[in-house]
Design a protein around this ligand. Structure first.
Ligand code: SF4
Length: 413
């Protein structure tokens, strides 16, 4: 029994409600002058929530600009400020939208504008771009920009590195104190970390249900249902949401209900979503019986290493351990292992033009993975938000070739 691609899981209604409540809460905080902190997507949201901030995530806004295909209209405004068209198209979309005085949140949630920040907090564990992005707003709006500088490209996470980042987290807590709505209390941080950990475990368990064949949901669903683990980490809402979603997914898996009609191929998607083309790609894959069963991108918010009993060290270690912060060798081993667990028979590497950090096809990894696993690999040129970098027609042809290779492998003795 199969459902249409772009699947409407029952949990989608609950998702719509909680996202509406999250954004209307931000709008209300903005109107009432309550402090809103802007945070990078793998920044210290648990600390900000523990100190009473409403937390807003510009990358989530960037993804909305991509998904609504607004990005292409506003990016030129950021380019005209000197931001190269070759750098992060989340950054150029978001700053472009700000300069244009528009946001998709007006249509979707009735916000006149994005909530104004009292402070901007980054972590460079994902890239340097987030610091430049927030620094631009800091200058423009005259608000403080605080952050964590994380080393990247890591093989192992040793005690020295962890201590370096843990020290910065403690300093951040002190620097936030004069701006924060409530004083820092260790118990409050322990509570948000415990909730963040619980939501992370549930999110991982949800993603792991794609091990079932047929898979009850795919990468395209993951990109929609990941919203709470990004923007509501450290809240009861996220925990409760992923509990319901997991129950639904397990029920679908146990009764053999797949997201893709007649699932025939299982593929690992490595890299970022192409936000403006999610539906078209979902249909393209689904019509060919392809389930995208895994992605490192959506796994990136499994932040279950947090230990409320050892908050600073475990938070530092958890946020240093994320995939994007790791070495090429670590990433390669991780991808091969995940593909094996989820029985993927091929790989698509998205070479995302404006995000080198979430692109892992530029230093020979696809070739090495192909050699190590014997499975076919396709590198697809595209971008997270910039439509000039992606051709659906070209993708269609290249995906057909990949599927022929997978078919030949199936038939091989
Ligand atoms: S990781 Fe990539 S997409 Fe995300 S903010 Fe950094 S450059 Fe942009």
């Amino acid at each position: 029994m199969a459902r249409r691609p772009g699947i409407r899981l029952r949990a989608k209604d609950q998702l719509t409600e909680i996202m509406a409540s999250y954004f209307s809460g931000l709008g209300q905080a903005d109107r009432e002058g309550r402090p809103v902190a802007w945070c990078t997507s793998v920044g210290p949201a648990e600390l900000l929530r523990a100190m009473g901030f409403e937390v807003y995530f510009p990358e989530n806004h960037g993804a909305m600009l991509g998904a609504t295909r607004t990005a292409e209209h506003v990016m030129p405004l950021a380019h005209s400020q000197g931001f190269s068209p070759d750098i992060c198209s989340y950054l150029t979309s978001d700053i472009g939208a700000f300069l244009a005085g528009m946001t998709p949140l007006t249509k979707s949630h009735g916000l006149a504008h994005v909530p104004m920040p009292a402070v901007l907090v980054f972590n460079t564990n994902q890239c340097r771009e987030v610091k430049d992005w927030f620094t631009w707003y800091g200058r423009k709006l005259g608000v403080p920009v605080l952050g964590i500088h994380s080393p990247r490209g890591l093989d192992a996470i040793d005690a020295e590195l962890v201590a370096y980042v843990a020290g910065q987290l403690r300093v951040l807590k002190d620097d936030l104190a004069p701006i924060a709505p409530v004083p820092f209390h260790l118990q409050a941080l322990q509570r948000t970390m415990a909730l963040s950990k619980q939501a992370s475990v549930l999110w991982r368990e949800c993603l792991e249900t794609t091990a079932a064949s047929p898979a009850p949901w795919t990468f395209f669903d993951h990109t929609i249902h990941m919203a709470p683990i990004v923007v509501l980490r450290g809240t009861e809402t996220a925990v409760s949401y992923y509990r319901s979603l997991l129950e639904e997914l397990r029920a679908l898996a146990s009764t053999g209900q797949g997201a893709v009609p007649g699932e025939r191929f299982r593929i690992y998607w490595e890299g970022m979503p192409i936000w403006g083309r999610l539906r078209a790609l979902s249909e393209l894959f689904s019509e060919r019986g392809v389930a995208l069963v895994a992605s490192t991108y959506c796994n990136s918010w499994i932040l279950e290493g947090q230990d409320p009993q050892d908050p600073w060290t475990s938070m530092a270690e958890t946020y240093l351990s994320i995939f994007i912060c790791r070495s090429e060798a670590f990433k390669q081993a991780y991808i091969i292992e995940k593909a094996r667990e989820l029985t993927a028979g091929g790989f698509v590497f998205h070479d995302s033009k404006t995000c080198p950090h979430n692109t892992n096809s530029r230093f020979g990894m696809p070739q090495r993975i192909c050699k190590a696993t014997g499975l076919p690999v396709l590198v697809l040129e595209g971008d997270l938000n910039d439509p000039r970098c992606f051709s659906l027609e070209e993708a269609r042809v290249r995906i057909e070739v990949l599927l022929e290779q997978m078919e030949e492998q199936e038939g091989a003795p």
